[in-house]
Design a protein around this ligand. Structure first.
Ligand SMILES: [Ca+2]
Length: 188
């Protein structure tokens, strides 16, 4: 009986400490690029992709919660995506990551706090794309690299493509990582 009480108390303490750790680790902080070579206020140029110029190369920074691509798309457009170059290693605080799979280890805190991720069904810190800023059509761009299986836009209104590292909002300040992404329209 006594043991049961001790176990119950220990379990409660464990949960409380866990929740405090999660809240501490995921406390809000203003968006900055304080540990990155990127700057918050450098958008990509407006680019029009067509038959003459089907591809564009844009910069994507992990410390920006929205990377405007400058590319406007419409329903039925098809695209593939490739990383041309990683200019700065893709890293979330002290956690190593890569743009395709996100965190190399989706640790205990990451699993417990999965509901804080912007895109719940994608790995922490993976590169995510969206058509427009509403999250209506969210996708994993680096899964679409083959012309046989391209990403297809399914939103009626023309919208811009955006990209971000899949983090919690207001946790972008400690993000490092800059890459060049090639966007190719395959139905110019
Ligand atoms: Ca972060």
């Amino acid at each position: 009986m006594k043991n049961k009480k001790i176990y119950r108390r220990a379990f409660k303490s464990f949960i409380i400490i866990g929740m405090l750790a999660i809240n501490g680790c995921f406390a809000y902080h203003p968006d900055t690029c304080e540990v990155s070579c990127c700057e918050l206020s450098t958008p990509n140029k407006i680019i029009s992709l067509d038959k003459a110029k089907p591809s564009a190369i844009i910069d994507v920074c992990a410390c920006k919660s929205w990377n405007e691509s400058g590319v406007t798309v419409k329903k039925g457009d098809k695209f593939i995506f490739q990383v041309k170059n990683i200019i700065e290693p893709w890293q979330d605080g002290v956690i190593q990551a890569n743009p395709h799979d996100g965190w190399s280890e989706d640790g205990f805190l990451g699993a417990l706090a999965f509901w804080k991720k912007r895109s719940l069904f994608m790995p922490w810190y993976a590169l995510v794309g969206t058509v427009g800023g509403s999250g209506e059509q969210t996708f994993k761009p680096l899964d679409y690299f083959s012309e046989q299986e391209p990403f297809e836009v399914d939103i009626e209104q023309p919208q811009e493509l955006y990209f971000y590292a899949n983090d919690a909002f207001r946790r972008y300040f400690n993000n490092q990582g800059k890459l060049q992404l090639i966007i190719t329209k395959i139905n110019p």
